[in-house]
Design a binder for this molecule. Structure first.
Ligand code: SF4
Length: 321
């Protein structure tokens, strides 16, 4: 079956050079930052794909490309079989774009403080007309708020409630795909679980597909059917959720799992893997993880490992066996 989302050999490069005159005076070359490098994966309909990685791994850039906020430098993203960056028919592009919504990390920044909540929720569908008040009231109840909340303003709500409002707005256009970029990272631990459970329930009720982006392995494990692990813009491992958490094959995934947050009452502590993430403008030769990898051998410093199939996993490591 064709996946709802198909990401193929995706690259995104940012030019982070100083202005031309500075470069000339300082005799510097252009500086190019490769945020996403040769990433391919698919998301079948009505499933959740978790993308996990440290800050700067490229996960949010991939999310922005999928929703159309950024264009790829090369490669493609197909939604329902349509490449939105190459498709010429505007009607087709508009139809597919309306099937995609995004939920951001900061629920307050993504809500217009001067608008009433009811107006915020139906903003994506306001041009369609019809009973938008009824739609807003129904959605508020579906996300665990009250129809009476439609006349209030965002500042009258807690962080968790504001994220519920963002979810209601995302649902207004009846999307097929929601890209969730760290949707619970700004929330208290006690509220996180409620919002995640709500998102799981809505996925089943509305037949949704999620791309779930997070640095938090606990959250990704709770939500995902399949998990992709990113490191320095590259997909280094992908596997069904249980296979990945029970038997990680890439040394980076193993390090992440060892350092995963421990739920101990309300206290969460997370150590990040040892060593610094290399400069993405000058990534290391060979395997990009080799400066931090405890198993690195000579070959790792010369040859970039391909992402290859190994049982249920896809893994980019010369020594994965
Ligand atoms: Fe470590 Fe080498 Fe595997 Fe990279 S290819 S993860 S450096 S063992």
């Amino acid at each position: 079956m064709r996946p709802l989302v198909s990401v193929n050999k995706l690259f995104r490069v940012f030019d982070v050079s100083k202005p031309w005159l500075n470069r000339l005076l300082e005799r510097r070359n252009k500086a190019l930052l490769t945020a996403v490098a040769d990433v391919s994966f698919g998301i079948p309909e009505r499933t959740v794909y978790g993308l996990v990685g440290e800050s700067g791994s490229g996960k949010s850039t991939i999310g922005k490309i999928i929703v159309g906020l950024l264009a790829p430098s090369s490669g493609s993203v197909e939604i329902e079989g349509v490449d939105l960056f190459r498709e010429k028919d505007e009607g087709t592009v508009d139809r597919i774009r309306s099937d995609i919504q995004m939920i951001f990390q900061d629920p307050y920044a993504s809500l217009n403080p001067r608008w009433k909540v009811g107006d915020i929720i139906v903003e994506p569908i306001s041009s369609r007309g019809g009973d938008t008040v009824g739609v807003a009231n129904k959605l508020l109840e579906q996300v665990g708020l009250s129809a009476r909340d439609a006349t209030k303003y965002p500042h009258e709500f807690s962080g968790g409630q504001r994220q519920r409002i963002c979810i209601a707005r995302a649902l207004a256009s009846e999307p097929k795909l929601i890209v969730c970029d760290e949707p619970t990272s700004a929330l208290d631990v006690s509220v996180q679980a409620q919002v995640l459970n709500l998102m799981s329930d809505l996925k089943d009720d509305f037949g949704l597909t999620y791309l779930f982006i997070s640095h938090d392995l606990t959250v990704v494990r709770h939500m995902s059917d399949t998990v992709g692990v990113l490191y320095l813009g590259r997909l280094v491992e992908e596997a069904p959720r249980d296979a990945l958490f029970d038997g990680p094959k890439h040394p980076y995934t193993q390090m992440l799992l060892q350092a995963a947050p421990k739920l101990d009452g309300s206290v969460r502590e997370a150590d990040i893997p040892k060593g610094e993430i290399p400069d993405p403008i000058n990534p290391p030769a060979g395997c990009v993880f080799n400066p931090r990898c405890p198993f690195a051998v000579d070959r790792c410093r010369k040859e970039l490992p391909e992402l290859r199939k190994l049982g249920d996993h896809r893994v980019a490591c010369h020594l994965a066996e």
